[in-house]
Ligand binder design. Structure first.
Ligand SMILES: Cc1cc2nc3c(=O)[nH]c(=O)nc-3n(C[C@H](O)[C@H](O)[C@H](O)COP(=O)(O)OP(=O)(O)OC[C@H]3O[C@@H](n4cnc5c(N)ncnc54)[C@H](O)[C@@H]3O)c2cc1C
Length: 299
């Protein structure tokens, strides 16, 4: 499969990228790791006239602690995020999810920004970041704008980004109380593959450590965009361990109600719904036991 000829420009810093995107608007695309873009160009689903490479823009490759938040540059690679100590301490759910992306070769070049901007409904970094209430910073030649990640995805393969805009960074607030989270991914066996279903479950206790102060469920692969399951979350929030354990089946069914999966060559819609229910039950039990009984990983 041959790629249609295009102009290539290796930008040297963020300003350079934004200038080029403004000059060539709307005919330019940025390339980070290229693991999605190159495939799309080969399949001719994206045909940019100009490709602006972020490869030398090292200022976008960082993980930075800042007071109560952590900032992750769009160019941070999955392999680096998976082993980052700060992120493993505060947001193990994200490290767990990105460590399941592709193969180690993919994780060594592919970036978190590319994963979000490609906007696959099954992107593995999206459910945990949604569950963490992440925000994203969007930049263009006029300035910067911060929006919740929940408003970033607008459809399959579509985002709030305009052609002249760049995803600069992702911001995640550190939990203020005891917290735990896990990511469960269903994929075809023995394959380096996108998830059929991804379930991220994140919870925090109240100050006394007696009740669930916050529950967040992010779902991938079961709607046109990665989504949250607010009704399922509301069923568990405010409950003690004993109350929440009893309500898990109801919450799992409520999570299924939030979905609108499709049937495609990879899985039936009903199968995806069933997996959401099973995974929410499984994740909720694991996290409740971690938070209240000290089992498993805890933060
Ligand atoms: C074999 C294989 C296995 C894979 N497995 C998985 C998997 O298990 N889970 C999963 O979620 N994904 C998977 N992927 C998809 C892909 O690897 C990820 O989505 C990856 O994170 C994309 O990052 P990238 O840096 O390569 O993006 P690129 O391909 O460089 O870019 C992707 C898109 O985002 C845009 N873009 C990139 N960075 C920015 C930015 N900072 N601002 C604005 N636009 C930007 C580009 O213009 C392009 O449209 C797989 C891909 C392959 C080839």
């Amino acid at each position: 499969m041959r790629i249609r000829p295009f102009e290539y420009y290796a930008a040297i810093n963020q300003r350079d990228v934004l200038d080029k995107l403004a000059v060539y608007d709307p005919d330019a695309k940025v390339v980070a790791g290229g693991t999605d873009l190159v495939v799309a160009m080969k399949h001719k689903t994206i045909l940019p006239r100009v490709v602006v490479s972020l490869h030398k823009v090292r200022e976008l490759d960082f993980v930075r602690e800042e007071d109560s938040r952590v900032r992750i540059g769009a160019l941070a690679r999955h392999a680096d995020i998976a082993k980052n100590t700060t992120l493993n301490d505060s947001f193990p759910i994200l490290c767990e999810a990105v460590s399941l992306i592709g193969s180690w070769q993919i994780r060594n070049v592919a970036t978190i920004g590319g994963n979000l901007c490609n906007a696959s409904p099954a992107a593995d970094s999206a459910p945990p970041l949604l569950a963490l209430d992440a925000r994203v910073v969007i930049a263009d030649s006029e300035g910067e704008n911060e929006i919740p990640l929940s408003s970033f995805f607008t459809g399959p393969g579509a985002t709030a980004l305009k052609p002249n805009q760049l995803l600069k960074e992702i911001i995640v607030e550190r939990p203020k109380t005891r917290s735990a989270g896990c990511y469960l991914k269903l994929m075809r066996r023995k394959a380096v593959d996108l998830s059929l279903v991804g379930v991220a479950f994140q919870a925090e206790t109240d100050q006394a450590g007696e009740k669930l102060h916050r529950v967040a469920i992010g779902l991938g692969g079961v709607a046109p965009t990665p989504i949250r399951a607010p009704e399922a979350e509301a069923r568990l929030t405010g409950l003690s361990y004993e109350e929440a354990i009893k309500d898990i089946p109801e919450a799992a069914r409520a999570a299924v109600e939030a979905t609108s999966p499709i049937t495609d060559i990879r899985a039936l819609a009903d199968y995806r719904r069933t997996i959401v229910e099973i995974y929410v039950r499984r994740a909720a039990k694991e996290i409740l036991n971690t938070l209240f009984n000290g089992e498993g990983i805890q933060k």
